[in-house]
Design a binder for this molecule. Structure first.
Ligand code: NAG
Ligand code: NAG
Ligand code: NAG
Ligand code: NAG
Ligand code: NAG
Ligand code: NAG
Ligand code: NAG
Ligand code: NAG
Length: 399
């Protein structure tokens, strides 16, 4: 009986070899060797999931098949060294590889499109071998690998990308990436990670932690928030950025000394600058007019210059170790003139400057001190002519 089944299976496989099938249906196939993968080699499209069994060892070649309409999954195959594929160009589901302790080769000669990449715990993987480059992916999550770069991930657009805890990652350059529609996040990768997105124009949320350089010369719009935390760069510039939809934050970057946002006119959330010990002047925002949330600056800065600022809809918290009292004169005047709508706290010569996290979610004029005049029409920019008291403030505020 078992023998008969074996014959039938062999015949079925043999007939597959004879005729190329357009499509084969799953719902799934579990493979533990390249031989097992032969069962779908003659399917142009496999409608189902491909599961590489945790007992697989050595190399698995998934050859022949061009499209997998489903997931490709391999979990905890600790004896697996390589996964390769010559013709697979699309995975419509999730390409999930987790806990592959010794897998050092990932070679997909034709792969260009994946819905989701989820690679976690691939401590032997140092590089990708994707001859065509993955140009389309909605989500990319790469964590705990030994990758040195992301060459092979050649996306033009992505919804979400989260790259974390890859200690050897030092170089990321996604040249074709133009658009990030939900979020991009880098954290706890190589200490010397340099990130370059030369053509990124439009991004939703951007978060960069523990990076040493970020270059986004074309960035013109950030729909969500943009935050930099515990980074080691000295300067950051966003020459083409005009607006953020959410908060802009620079926190805990000890070498940061110069910011440059020559085109930025509006911050759609809070504006947080804190614990950047080398930042001696808060400047580089010549056109910034509006902060929709709160302004929160804490540090050792000795001057603040925002010559166009005329509307802070939240409150402001400014605390610095500097003894330059002019800074607080300017903030207090801006509050009196109605530029700052919420509560204004300003302290110079403060040994331990503190931020006001509750304020970064925005303030209202109802919580203002009695000196607020609620004259939200006050303009500090040259575009609208000023008179009287407002003009005086404009002349001295944030020089
Ligand atoms: C893989 O192994 C880890 C730890 O050994 C375990 O927690 C996890 O559940 C395993 N994953 C799968 C899909 O079996
Ligand atoms: C980015 O994607 C969003 C949403 O799909 C779209 O509105 C926007 O125009 C795109 N930006 C660019 C530069 O392609
Ligand atoms: C930014 O991320 C938050 C979640 O953290 C999300 O709710 C929001 O929609 C994202 N912004 C954009 C513009 O996609
Ligand atoms: C990354 O920065 C965070 C704080 O933002 C810090 O706690 C963490 O230790 C840093 N990680 C690495 C790998 O540098
Ligand atoms: C900056 O924006 C201008 C005007 O939109 C554009 O002509 C220029 O190419 C942009 N610069 C970069 C580096 O993308
Ligand atoms: C800050 O950086 C900008 C742009 O990179 C540069 O033009 C400017 O001179 C720098 N300012 C200082 C004080 O170094
Ligand atoms: C700034 O540093 C102080 C002291 O290390 C810490 O208590 C505070 O939470 C930090 N603030 C931010 C916004 O990281
Ligand atoms: C004090 O702060 C004001 C306002 O930012 C600035 O114009 C001035 O140069 C600062 N003074 C010193 C000595 O740095």
């Amino acid at each position: 009986m078992a023998f008969t089944k074996f014959i039938l299976l062999t015949l079925a496989v043999a007939s597959n070899v004879l005729a190329q099938n357009d499509a084969c249906d799953g719902p799934s196939i579990t493979i533990s060797s390249s031989g097992d993968a032969q069962k779908i080699a003659n399917c142009k499209t496999f409608n189902g999931d491909v599961i590489i069994d945790s007992t697989a060892s050595g190399q698995i070649a998934i050859n022949g098949v061009q499209q997998i309409k489903g997931d490709v999954t391999c979990n905890n195959a600790t004896q697996l060294t390589a996964i390769t594929s010559d013709q697979l160009n699309t995975i419509t589901g999730t390409f999930s590889l987790t806990g592959l302790t010794i897998m050092s080769t990932l070679q997909f000669d034709s792969l260009t499109g994946v819905n989701k990449i989820n690679w976690v715990g691939l401590p032997a993987l140092q590089s990708l071998n994707f001859a065509q480059g993955v140009q389309q992916a909605n989500q990319v999550y790469i964590s705990n690998t030994q990758l040195n770069n992301l060459n092979g991930i050649e996306l033009q657009a992505v919804s979400a990308m989260d790259i974390n805890n890859n200690p050897y990652l030092t170089d990321v350059n996604v040249n074709d990436l133009k658009n990030v529609t939900t979020a991009l996040s880098f954290s706890a990768n190589g200490r010397d990670l340099e990130i370059s997105f030369p053509n990124l124009e439009d991004a939703a949320n951007l978060t960069f932690r523990n990076v040493s350089k970020v270059s986004m010369p074309s960035l013109s719009n950030v729909g969500g928030s943009m935050g930099f935390y515990s980074d080691s760069f000295k300067t950051f510039s966003a020459p083409n950025l005009t607006e953020t939809g959410g908060t802009l934050a620079f926190v805990d970057s000890p070498e940061l000394s110069n910011l440059s946002f020559p085109a930025l006119t509006q911050i759609g959330g809070g504006f947080l600058i804190a614990n950047n010990t080398a930042l001696k002047a808060i400047a580089g925002f010549p056109k910034l007019k509006t902060i929709v949330g709160a302004l929160d600056f804490a540090g050792a800065f000795g001057s603040v210059s925002m010559p166009s600022l005329n509307d802070v809809r939240g409150g402001s918290n400014v605390q610095t170790t500097s003894t330059n009292t002019t800074i607080c004169d300017l903030f207090n005047q801006a509050h009196s003139a109605g530029v700052i709508k919420g509560v204004n706290t300003c302290l110079t010569n403060k040994a331990h400057p503190e931020t006001n996290p509750s304020a970064t979610s925005g303030g209202t004029s109802s919580t203002s001190t009695s000196s607020s005049k609620k004259n939200s029409g006050v303009t500090f920019g040259p575009s609208a002519p000023l008179t009287g008291l407002s003009a005086l403030f404009a002349a001295i505020f944030f020089l």
